[in-house]
Ligand binder design. Structure first.
Ligand code: SAM
Ligand code: SF4
Length: 342
């Protein structure tokens, strides 16, 4: 069914906003720049047999800018670059510069494994990036190399410090917890917040694509992760009144400088407050992380021109599912997390 943009757009105090059928304001666009990665985290992508998008099929920097401009025109104000590993994109700085120049973007952030930040943190800041989320599953060297294949603690640590020095702050660290890999290490990771003003966020593993079985068989709920942290530090204090901040519930070890977050898409789904769409490196707009429904923005842009994009955003928002169905055992098979961006 064709949807007219006007049906979904509301003008309030001169500001345009796009609402979906369930009344959710959709204003956060995650943009995957590349599906390749220099690591192979076991819950994310297989070691072998990956089929990467050929470079010629990547959205170009101009196309990314055009799509993001159209998004901003219909009310998006937050953009996150992701991957695969976004820092592997040779034209990353140009992309950040182009997006930073778009009026109306409040936050331009990036999610990265941090390995290339010692070289890139300052140029990224200069180009206009606001902040980074860095992926660190554990501070235990052995668990780290089993879980995030090819990673070394010292390398990612250097990346975190480089981001902090470049003022890409607040530093947010993301950790996925898997049984038998890093579930014993969560309190050590949480301890980083004692002295540092960092946010350490624990993410429940989600079953997707070829690695779905790992996430299902090794799943650890955040109820357990929080209990393990409290065993060491005593009851955590709720921050922000215990409300969801984005997708995380935030806490603090009493007296600590930083915060601890729990992102619990499986045990405590937050679909009711979902505000995002996801653009893949090959130009498909994914309507929900955990369902396979996509719209082809690259084809629309190349065949119909940029005028088609605003209406396509309206269609995407209109078709956004109410939520995922993990509890009914339904999960997406077509793409791995590295092909979507988290
Ligand atoms: N390579 C970058 C990184 O690792 O941060 C960006 C892409 S990665 C797909 C984005 C986020 O997705 C990371 O924080 C990663 O831990 C998370 N992730 C990957 N696979 C996941 C899964 N199966 N369940 C939950 N989170 C996952
Ligand atoms: Fe690479 Fe990020 Fe996936 Fe790890 S989680 S394999 S770093 S894309």
């Amino acid at each position: 069914m064709a949807v007219r943009l006007e049906e979904l757009v509301e003008e309030r105090q001169g500001q345009t906003s796009l609402f979906d059928r369930y009344g959710r304001r959709i204003h956060y666009l995650r943009v995957s720049l590349i599906d390749q990665c220099n690591l192979r985290c076991v819950y994310c992508m297989p070691v072998r047999g990956n089929h990467f998008t050929p470079k010629g099929d990547w959205l170009t920097p101009e196309e990314i800018e055009t799509i993001v401009r159209a998004a901003v025109a219909v009310g998006f104000d937050k953009v996150r670059l992701t991957g695969g590993e976004p820092t592997l994109r040779p034209d990353l700085i140009e992309i950040v510069e182009r997006l930073a120049g778009i009026e109306g973007i409040r936050t331009l952030a990036m999610t990265t494994n941090g390995l290339l930040l010692p070289k890139l943190a300052r140029p990224l800041k200069r180009a206009g990036l606001t902040r980074v989320n860095i992926h660190l599953d554990t501070v235990n060297r052995d668990s780290l190399s089993r879980l995030m294949l090819y990673n070394r603690f010292e390398k990612v640590w250097a990346g975190i410090l480089a981001a902090e020095e470049a003022d890409l702050t607040p530093i947010k660290l993301n950790a996925v917890v898997l049984r038998g890999y890093n579930d014993d290490d969560v309190a050590d990771l949480a301890a980083l917040t004692l002295e540092r003003p960092w946010h350490v966020r624990f993410i429940e593993a989600m079953p997707l694509g070829p690695q779905a079985t790992v996430a299902l068989e090794r799943f650890v709920s955040n109820v357990e992760t929080k209990a393990r942290i409290e065993e060491r530090f005593g009851p955590l204090e709720p921050a922000f009144g215990g409300r969801l901040v984005g997708e995380a519930r935030m806490y603090r070890i009493p007296g600590a400088a930083g915060l601890i977050g729990f992102i619990s898409p499986v045990s405590e789904p937050y679909c009711d407050s979902c505000n995002r769409l996801r653009l893949t490196a090959d130009g498909k707009m994914r309507l929900c992380l955990l369902t396979d429904h996509e719209l082809d923005f690259r084809r629309a842009l190349r065949e119909e021109g940029e005028e088609a994009l605003k209406a396509l955003f309206a269609r995407a928002v209109r078709a956004k599912p109410v939520g995922h169905q993990l509890r009914s055992g339904v999960y997406p098979l077509v793409r791995s997390m590295s092909q979507i961006g988290g």
